[in-house]
Design a protein around this ligand. Sequence first.
Ligand SMILES: [Zn+2]
Length: 168
Amino acid sequence: MSSAFQKSYTCSCGEGLEVTLWQSVNTGDPELCRQLLDGRLNVVFCKKCQRAVFIPVPLLYNDMERGFMIWIYDSRFSENPIRQMAYEPERIRIAYRFSKRLTGIKARAVDGFGWALEALRRIDDPRMLNRIREKHPHWPESKLWLEAFRRHYKAVRRSGWDRDRLWR
Ligand SMILES: [Zn+2]
């Protein structure tokens, strides 16, 4: 259920580009997930000025195996997508159908791509997972994973990691 849209984009050099931008990425599409985690997703290359530019459209990362969703956006360019949904009936319907099908799914919005990608790269850290499991033995797996993401995200943010740093 990954999805993309086409958009006209003007590079800072003035060149007009037709670009394909992903707005949701699902772990059922491993190649797209790899591109996201490597910082290659939604990066547009301009042949005229030879520059690669990341376009920060809000993106839903949907981890079907672990049962959580992360809305990643950049607060300098967009509003919180979850808050925005409240004003868009169509998107509420989609989210509702989605949550009915996959019960127990947890969603969260975070406002930095670099921080979010680094947190997702670290999410399998067994020490963090075990610490949460020990403290909250009754939590469902999806909540455990989302909490692990949240803690990694906070740690990365505090560590001074650049919010624009997509590549390792
Ligand atoms: Zn250019």
